[in-house]
Design a protein around this ligand. Structure first.
Ligand code: NAD
Length: 335
């Protein structure tokens, strides 16, 4: 069966998702919802999309769509997702899935009651290097801690990304959430127990954060140290990466490898992933293609996606707790 797919928000990431949809068999790109006509015209020309709308309500009233990929500013994620799910349309929504955990909870409830698929685009779960490290992680013994970051050096986004009422949060909600979700995925999706964070705005004049450090305690005993940032003067590697510290060794992304102490022979055994580093592109199209293929597979099979609403919701709980901790100076418990 051909899946008829639509996109809302014809900006940067929508073009990548549309390319990913075009790269799938039996997927037809049928519509775009965009506020500005120049953007929807460019999008519809590039991807051969015939229908352009300015609101999701118009799209849903017209019908003829099986799935919607939500690529709008964060404040629109919850209302557009809930409207689509209530109309029985399957949704893949960009990260962060919502402005806060309360919105995320309502989106999960809408998915439950509609029975339609709700997937959250935590794209690093589909990356070749991340998947290699996850497959190798058991060799590290028990993972005690992770260290990771999601950081832009010497630049940061502008426009709606830097307005709290449109974005919900700044670099933590935008970049830190990638590192948070990657750490959680590599740890086997434990539940967060508590968060301590220092988050602030130091590089630009806007009402969201550009710098953050957070510590997450997980219910499997591991701890994650995560840095988030825009306009940072330095990062330890490319844009986003995570390291794993286990009882039997160390693992890392970019370059992606394990280091296992060989006590008997008094040396360090390196298991190299063999994956290229530096990468031609840090966020390769192949990662988004794999993510889209999985979304389509979930629609066909009716299986609950993983990452689904629940994974996105848990991430928003951690982000909310991080902002609360930074505001109060306290460790914040997560239920
Ligand atoms: N996973 C990733 O790698 C990744 C990368 C970039 C962005 N994102 C996420 O994707 C989302 C979009 O980010 P972006 O960089 O593409 O932003 P963008 O600003 O490039 O695109 C957003 C688009 O939404 C449109 N829009 C605004 N209001 C609208 C409305 N009411 N109805 C329809 N369209 C409307 C804007 O005109 C714009 O074209 C964000 O949630 C962001 O966090 C994810």
């Amino acid at each position: 069966m051909t899946i008829k797919i639509a996109f809302t928000g014809a900006g940067y990431i929508a073009h990548i998702h549309a390319q990913a949809a075009q790269n799938q068999p039996n997927v037809e790109l049928v519509a775009v919802v965009e506020k500005f006509s120049d953007k929807s015209n460019a999008f519809s020309e590039k991807f051969g999309v015939k229908c352009c709308y300015t609101s999701v309500d118009e799209l849903l009233a017209e019908g003829g769509v099986d799935a919607l990929v939500i690529c709008t500013p964060n404040f629109l994620h919850a209302p557009q997702t809930i409207a689509a799910l209530n109309a029985g349309v399957h949704v893949m929504v960009e990260k962060p899935m919502a402005m806060d955990a309360a919105e995320a909870e309502r989106m999960c409830a809408a998915a439950e009651s509609s029975g339609a698929v709700l997937m959250v685009a935590h794209c690093w779960r589909f990356d070749e290097d991340v998947l290699w490290l996850k497959g190798q992680a058991p060799k590290l013994g028990k993972i005690i801690r992770t260290k990771g970051y999601g950081v832009h050096t010497h630049w940061g986004p502008a426009g709606w990304f830097t307005q709290k009422e449109l974005a919900g949060g700044g670099a933590m909600a935008d970049m830190g959430i990638h590192a948070l979700d990657t750490a959680r995925f590599l740890l086997g999706d434990p539940q967060p127990v508590s968060v301590y964070a220092k988050i602030g705005t130091y590089y630009k004049d806007f009402d969201v954060d550009d710098t953050g450090v957070i510590l997450v305690n997980w219910d499997n005993g591991a701890t994650s140290y995560i840095e988030s940032g825009w306009w940072q003067p330095h990062s330890d590697g490319p844009e986003a990466a995570t390291q794993l510290y286990g009882t039997q060794g160390f693992g890392q992304l970019f370059p992606t490898k394990l280091e296992l102490p060989n006590i008997q022979e008094g040396k360090l055994d390196i298991i190299d992933s063999g994956l290229p580093f530096p990468r031609p592109e840090h966020c390769p199209q192949s990662m988004y293609d794999a993510q889209m293929a999985y979304f389509i597979e979930c629609i066909h099979s009716g299986q609950k996606p993983f990452p689904g609403g629940m994974e996105g919701w848990i991430n928003t709980k951690v982000v909310d707790a991080a902002y609360e901790s930074a505001a109060t100076g306290n460790v914040v418990e997560i239920n």
